[in-house]
Write a protein that binds this ligand. Structure first.
Ligand SMILES: [Ca+2]
Length: 464
């Protein structure tokens, strides 16, 4: 959701319903919260502005939302964008092997055969799953083959502080092996690594698997193979990955005082690069040993089965704590815990609901139509390579039904909501005599003390 604006309460309520749908958490509290919000902000008047306790300034933050909802996503490849193309279901077996199931046609000019990038951030309905699909790929069974580099770029249009990034893969589609997530803090001018997933981290991304983060390298992306396993038993592939931005980072418990982590969670854009759908078999003996350890429930024990619902629940709990702390700090008491400060649960894997229906189900009756004259098989440089390199499997593709980004509009503790300005840009509704899209500076003539981010103890109001 991008805008909490003029119809704030309605938009917010809609957003919460969407988020509830997306991440399946218990929505009772959130909906109750939005009712309170609606009552608190019937208009532009601020009889009980959350940024003030009567006349006294206090920290305030926008609501936790799925910032990706309705946001624009650019895909480097979309099935059927160049005309009718054949793609096939993928049947994943326990243990990671895959087979090809029924095949279908995608065609961007036929509504029910379209799989556009806008389906990544639309309403998430388990009874009608809408999918983006890449063009079919040639999967090369060789490490020397070029990576797929199928890319999704999500633009939030504003700085957000992110709690998680999640991708839900479509039913009957392969779960990618190697995925890189990047973020931008300057609207796509520059990018930095955010997280890597691979069954072979060192080989694909040159990083150790499940590295420990210390205070010396908290702004460094990790690589993990946890998405290949569920609950530590190593059997079924997972339907979702969820990258929790603060997980395993020591200063997460002192977020207020960690400019490094405040920077780390900040993003205007998120980019997902699918590098490898599958990794060639025959891992090294060392990797085999590592995998065996994992399948026996080994590893560092921080990757077991908490889902997005748990993340969202904890986020709401933090919000509750924040409210309580603000009450206590307004009374001059302690209460220094930050809403973002409590270490997040370790979440990388949630199993997709088995009963999900896909929006391509309508094609089931046509699955025999491989040889239809109108069908062209997508060709690319890699298909040429395939014929050169031999072993290949045609018609695999990437398919994602939901690209979600949990977080808050970034206002540095000086605004309770973000609104769309006259110029069409979303910006914080700044309080505490601050200004700027993120309330990142003092208003003119209010420079008597230097600007600072609000904390639980001190709103750090700008003074004139
Ligand atoms: Ca969708």
């Amino acid at each position: 959701m991008k805008i909490v604006g003029g119809g704030a309460a309605r938009t917010l309520l809609f957003g919460i319903i969407i988020i509830c749908g997306v991440i399946l958490f218990d929505c009772g509290d959130a909906l109750a919260g939005s009712e309170i919000y609606a009552k608190t902000f019937p208009s532009q008047q601020h009889p009980s502005d959350p940024c003030y306790d009567e006349d006294r300034p206090r920290r305030c933050i926008p609501n936790f939302v799925n910032a990706a909802f309705g946001a624009a996503v650019e895909a480097s490849s979309t099935c059927g964008s160049g005309g009718p193309t054949r793609y096939c279901d993928v049947i994943e077996q326990p243990g990671g092997s895959t087979g090809i199931g029924q095949c279908h046609i995608c065609d961007d000019s036929t509504p029910r055969r379209r799989f556009p990038a806008s389906y990544l951030t639309d309403v998430s309905n388990p009874n009608n799953v809408t999918c983006w699909r890449s063009e079919p790929l040639v999967t090369l069974q060789s490490f020397s083959a070029p990576p797929d580099n199928v890319t999704l770029t999500l633009s939030l249009g504003k700085k957000y502080e992110l709690t998680y990034v999640s991708l839900q893969f479509c039913p009957k589609a392969a779960k990618p092996d190697s995925i890189a997530i990047y973020k931008s803090m300057d609207y796509g001018k520059t990018w930095q690594p955010f997280q890597f997933y691979s069954s072979q981290c060192r080989r694909v991304y040159g990083r150790p698997n499940r590295a420990t983060i210390t205070k010396a390298n908290e702004q460094e992306a990790r690589c993990t193979d946890s998405h290949r396993y569920t609950g530590g038993n190593g059997l079924a592939p997972v339907g979702r990955i969820a990258f929790s931005t603060l997980e395993g980072r020591p200063s997460a418990s002192d977020f207020d005082n960690s400019p490094v982590l405040q920077d780390w969670v900040t993003a205007t854009d998120v980019r997902v690069v699918f590098n490898r759908l599958h990794i060639p078999q025959q891992p090294s003996s060392q990797e085999q040993q590592q995998q065996q350890v994992l399948q026996l429930g080994g590893g560092n024990g921080d990757d077991h089965g908490l889902g997005l619902e748990e993340l969202a629940k904890r986020e709401r709990e933090r919000e509750e704590r924040l409210k309580n702390q603000q009450k206590s700090s307004a009374r001059g008491a302690g209460g220094l815990l930050d809403p973002l400060a409590t270490a997040l649960p370790s979440v990388h894997q949630v199993i997709a609901p088995q009963e999900m229906q896909s929006n391509d189900a309508v094609d089931d009756g046509e699955s025999g139509g491989f040889a239809a004259a109108a069908v062209t098989v997508s060709t690319s440089t890699s298909s040429t390579l395939a014929s050169n390199l031999g072993t290949s499997t045609l018609a695999h593709h990437y398919a994602v039904s939901d690209f979600a980004v949990g977080g808050r509009c970034k206002c540095n503790g000086h605004a309770a909501r973000c609104i769309q300005g006259k110029d069409g840009e979303v910006a914080c509704e700044c309080r505490h005599n601050t200004a700027g899209r993120d309330c990142e500076r003092c208003r003119p003539f209010h420079f008597d003390r230097p600007w600072a981010r609000a904390t639980a103890r001190d709103a750090n109001e700008c003074k004139g």
